[in-house]
Write a protein that binds this ligand. Structure first.
Ligand SMILES: *Cc1c(COP(=O)(O)O)cnc(C)c1O
Length: 421
């Protein structure tokens, strides 16, 4: 199936006379006829459901659908995008380990990597998204267990050269993790370019409607965890009656270990109702992405010519530093998000935002409705000026997330707000 069809049909096939739509399994637990049957599910938890702290039939449907869309073999939903990023690292790194990440990533991920993981004894070594292969290689130490990057960075809209980073990761026998939130599997499938693990904040385009926070981790099934660097995958797991993940689950050891160890212990799993809502969002993802992208390029071209605008950062515009990489990795479109710098810096930027009528000023992005945010005074306010520059943020920059309204209305709103500046 093509993506549009997968969005609608992957993950769930109704039985004869069964409900057309996957029902909400709003139940903490699942009943079995005998102790023996429960014991069997414990022996192989991939066979059936035990407890909704780590699996649920409704969530399972959307996990299978997203894995299919990303060209992965299995997926696990999480209660937030932050939790997806956290577990993606904790599944590989223990205290005393390190990993490499580009510095052009979401502000919340920077906090998690630079501060919170540090307290757990895990070091994040930051490199530039534009680093050469030699520079990436230089950052890797014997205890480095992964490389992390964001396909299309929030909010600086730089493009992560997946193949370049995958090459260095694989030469060092470590997996590449890609946060594909902004691109979504409709615009880019990182696994096709060598990513081993993909993570998402589903709170953005996947949910689409700004209904709920969520995340997901996808396993490509391609990374060879028997390479010698990952004993937790190849030696018996004491906490799971001696399971050896690469032996028992050679098709997806990464995601099964993440579920059976980390999700079992941390319990950051969405409810059946959450899985149901996420599925509704994903059903229309392919058609929505097409419209976000076509509205965005129209708006970007309009703003680029406006006399009160200093610059528009949208990788679909010719002349953008990442235009060529965008054509390679995101040929169908570069999402609905752009950053716009108003002439004059911070004050005019705030004035412009406060004069928008339809676009709402909110701490969100990739909403179905057009929304706008000032990163320097919101999501990134904890960062120093140097850190702001390192992740590509100018104090006068406004993040503009184009929604699905008629593009003429979006432009009229912009026109009026810019008149007030
Ligand atoms: C929002 C976001 C996150 C964090 O996700 P939450 O669902 O808000 O926890 C991670 N990565 C990217 C790229 C994001 O945009």
């Amino acid at each position: 199936m093509k993506d549009e069809s997968k969005c609608l049909h992957s993950g769930y096939t109704p039985v004869n006379g069964g409900p057309r739509v996957m029902p909400i399994y709003q139940s903490t637990t699942f009943r079995y006829n005998s102790t023996q049957e429960i014991a069997e599910v414990f022996d192989d938890p991939t066979k059936n459901h035990i407890y909704s702290r780590f699996t649920n039939p409704t969530v399972d449907v959307v996990e299978k659908k997203i894995a299919d869309l990303e060209h992965g073999v299995a997926a696990m939903c999480t209660s937030s995008g932050q939790m997806a990023s956290l577990l993606s690292i904790l599944n590989l790194c223990n205290s005393g380990d390190s990993f490499v990440s580009t510095s052009a990533i979401y502000g919340g991920t920077i906090n998690l990597f630079a501060f919170t993981l540090k307290k757990l004894g895990i070091e994040c070594i930051f490199v530039s998204v534009d680093a050469t292969e030699a520079e990436i290689q230089k950052a890797i130490k014997p205890n480095t267990k992964a490389i992390f990057g964001e396909t299309l960075t929030n909010p600086s809209l730089q493009i992560f050269d997946i193949e370049k980073f995958a090459k260095v990761a694989h030469a060092n026998k470590i997996p590449l993790i890609v946060d594909n939130t902004f691109a979504t599997p409709i615009l880019c499938k990182p696994i096709d370019y060598g990513a081993d693990i993909v993570v998402h904040s589903t709170s953005k385009y996947m949910d689409g409607h700004a209904l709920q926070v969520g995340g997901v981790i996808i396993d490509s099934g391609k990374f060879d965890f028997t390479c010698g660097k990952f004993p937790e995958f190849t030696e018996p797991d004491e906490s799971y009656h001696g399971t050896v993940y690469t032996k028992k689950y050679p098709f997806a050891p990464y995601i099964i270990k993440a579920r059976m160890q980390l999700m079992r212990d941390f319990g950051a799993y969405p409810s059946g109702h959450s899985g149901f809502l996420l599925n509704i969002g994903v059903e229309t993802l392919a058609v929505r992405m097409e419209r976000y992208c076509s509205n965005a390029i129209t708006v970007a071209k309009y703003l680029e010519k406006h006399p009160k605008i200093e610059s528009v950062n949208y990788p679909g515009l010719k002349g953008n530093k990442y235009y060529d990489l965008a054509q390679k990795y995101l040929p169908k479109g570069q999402s609905g998000v752009m950053s716009v710098t108003i002439k004059g810096g911070k004050q005019p930027a705030i004035k412009f935002m406060d004069n928008l009528k339809m676009a709402s000023n909110e701490v969100h992005v990739a909403d179905i409705r057009t929304c706008v945010l000032h990163p320097a005074s919101a999501t990134h306010r904890q960062l120093t000026d140097e850190q702001l520059v390192a992740c590509g943020i100018n104090p006068g920059m406004v993040r503009f997330s184009v929604g699905l309204e008629n593009v003429d209305d979006i432009i009229e709103d912009l026109e009026n707000a810019l008149k007030a500046v």
